[in-house]
Design a binder for this molecule. Sequence first.
Ligand SMILES: [Zn+2]
Length: 370
Amino acid sequence: MQHCALYNDGLTPETAEVSPQMSAGSLVFEHKGEPCRWPLSRIDAVDGWSSRPLRLKRTPDTYERLTLPAGSRTDEIVRHIRMHRGIRLPVISKFGVAALTAVVAMVCWGIFMGDVTTRFIASCIPHDVEKAMGRQAMESLLPLLSLNTTPEWCTSAESQAALDAMQSELLSPEDPQPYEIRILHSSFNNALAIPGGTILVTSALINDLQHPDELSGILAHERTHITRHHGTTSYVRNAAFSMVLKMFAANSDTLRMIGGSAQALMLLRFSREAEDAADSGAVRALHRAGIPISRLQDFLVRAAPPPEDGDTTLQLIDRYLSTHPDTPHRVKAMQAQYDALGTPPPRQSPLSSRQWQAVKNACSRRTDQL
Ligand SMILES: [Zn+2]
């Protein structure tokens, strides 16, 4: 009989070659002429990657050890032990290795070529689900943007009508969907595209604006983010990436550190592409409506760069969200695209000064609507 395992009593350094076999739910072998029977229910694994010997110990009252070398002769025993309920073995099967390889390949593919896939997945998410995701995101954001006070919405019939009129100028047969526009009373100076169809504009931004065409440009930019599911795409990518990282990084500080940086870089890369696309969509919408882009460009120059100093919550959020390309490059690229589109059509219905004042005054009559 071929010996294929090493037995040790756990008390002395002496080892002996034995030939364990499976029999009636037990591992049986002879040691020094005496029959030994290890019931599966009393076997625990010390370690046992498939490429390394599998070390078993007999529990609970002995110190005995049995070492099974890696190799086909012990495969059958290992399989029986793995199948036995209650025994946890860290043995990676061939299927496990294949699955691990597939996940690594997916991550690499996701990092380098996954934009198309994540965009596709995001575009397949039902609108109701996207709206629910947007609501959830907004619920998380509102306390931050309101500095933990009760969120207040600035609204009046006149301001809402003016915002709707402003947005209707941007609609087209190719992009006909109007979105909800809401003004939040907040000192955070920004506009956000909430997945599912809400453009959130803050009162600080409204106060900063000097011309209605600046807001038209901002709305056109945010509309593109929503229409192209940029927020949802980012959510899908980061959700999938986070899930994979959790699988790999559970027991590794290094992976957790690398994973955190990679995740942030990935988000930044995606965001820049999305911002380019949103700028491009805005230029097309403004050109189609006969709205000049000079006001939007003026605003971008005035608003840049984001605050570098300060560590208040709003400043940190602002810096985190500021992933646009640098402003001179952005303004130049917009101009080139606008010019390339040729002479714009005549403008149909610019906002009246009275309508614009209604928007500017919206927050002077703010109401609690949350
Ligand atoms: Zn943007």
